[in-house]
Design a protein around this ligand. Structure first.
Ligand code: PLP
Length: 391
């Protein structure tokens, strides 16, 4: 008899974003007149900026013209975008066209990459964790081992003594909102070199980095090209959450094998027909001078939201982490209740949506996203203040 992939049964059924969104939809249905505001799901609130939109419209028209039509072929991305990304972001680390891949989102990139490794590998996750990695590892049948980042250590774990094949690192971090400094990442690179391990470095929130001592790219660190694969995305930076365009670097120097890009390209070609032309043209236009200015301003607004939220919550006595080099705040729940109960309680009592920490594997906290609209954030703070006063 044909059998189902039993790993599917290992995926979480509750405690997921899908479950969260179902709970919210049900509450909204039962309470249609309530004005619910969200700091929950990390989607953006600014639309796509005009120069990028104009470029995508031009690209749509290209597809309707016999002379400019584009079909299959750019499996790893169009050179116009790859060369632009290298020029703007990666030439300083000597990353080449051969090592850069354009794709349709870091969610799939950070998980599809597991196919590069033996299914017998052991993967280290630092909890709290972006849960997508965790479920993909379970699907692959690989082993997961967790290291818990604790508040007493400012959520920075010590470099382990034990060896893992693969380590996911995310900086700036979702959900913690913290970002790793160079000295810290240097230790991880040293660890990976000593142990013949590979670091999967999720760097999608890089555009939010403002502090000088935070590492922008893992390739700032000496020898990182031997042990690290880096992932970036246009999702949060350019409001491409609904457009889909991302990129990642597989260095030729990786200790994994000498022909890693030859093998990986062969895998990609067999499974993927490339990111769409319209999205790539839009992504290319994010590097125009006027786009850079507009994007910088949007990110500044999100970070101002985060700063404001952090300040107000701290004044109310909440312990708040992150929110400086990231749009996320990791907030300790004051009451001694599980994060799902807290989520339900403040949805009912304050009509505010937050993300319960348990979704990321850590129960005493909630994650807030400052990617919401400024006016909503101001209203949310007013509601929390009133609520705290009443107690
Ligand atoms: N990695 C992290 C840490 C994220 O928070 C997200 C999205 O929220 C992603 C990857 C997915 O990004 P994309 O929209 O490029 O798939």
């Amino acid at each position: 008899m044909v059998k189902i992939n039993n790993n599917l049964n290992n995926l979480k059924k509750n405690n997921t974003f899908k479950f969260l969104s179902k709970s919210i939809q049900e509450y909204k249905k039962q309470n249609p007149t309530k004005k619910i505001l969200s700091l929950g799901i990390g989607d953006v609130s600014f639309p796509i900026i005009k120069p990028v939109l104009d470029e995508m419209i031009k690209a749509v028209n290209d597809l309707g013209n016999i002379n400019t039509f584009k079909g299959y072929g750019a499996y790893f991305g169009y050179d116009f975008l790859k060369n632009k990304i290298i020029e703007e972001e990666y030439s300083k680390y000597n990353i080449t066209n051969d090592e850069l891949y354009i794709s349709i989102g870091a969610k799939s990139d950070t998980t599809n990459i597991l196919e590069l490794f033996d299914s017998d590998s052991t993967v280290c996750l630092i909890s709290p964790i972006y849960p997508v990695y965790e479920e993909a590892i379970k699907l692959s049948g690989m082993k997961i081992e967790y290291l818990n980042a604790l508040e007493k250590d400012d959520f920075l774990i010590d470099i382990p003594n034990q060896r893992y094949d693969i380590i996911y690192l995310c900086s700036p971090n979702n959900p913690l909102g913290i970002a790793y400094k160079k000295e810290y990442l240097e230790k991880w690179i040293q660890y990976a070199i000593t142990n013949n391990s590979i670091i999967l470095f999720d760097n999608v929130y890089e555009p939010f980095i403002v502090e000088n001592d935070v590492c922008h790219s893992i390739y700032e660190i000496k020898d990182a090209k031997k042990v690290a694969i880096e992932f970036r995305s246009f999702s949060k930076k350019a409001s491409f959450t609904g457009v889909r365009c991302s990129y990642y670097v597989v260095p030729n120097d990786l200790i994994l094998c000498t022909n890693v890009n030859e093998l990986w390209k062969n895998c990609v070609i067999n499974k993927f027909n490339g990111a769409d032309y319209i999205a790539q043209r839009g992504a290319w236009a994010t590097y125009k001078e006027e786009s850079k200015k507009a994007i910088k301003n949007n990110i500044y607004q999100y970070l101002e939201n985060a700063k404001y939220l952090k300040k107000e919550l701290e004044t109310l006595g909440y312990k708040v982490y992150g929110g400086v080099n990231s749009p996320y705040l990791w907030v300790k729940i004051k009451e001694n209740i599980p994060s799902w109960s807290y989520f339900e309680k403040i949805l009912k009592e304050l009509n505010i949506i937050v993300t319960p920490g348990i979704i990321f594997g850590c129960d005493n906290y909630i994650r807030l996203s400052a990617l919401a609209k400024k006016e909503d954030i101001i209203k949310i703070v007013e509601r929390i203040k009133k609520y705290d006063k009443k107690k």
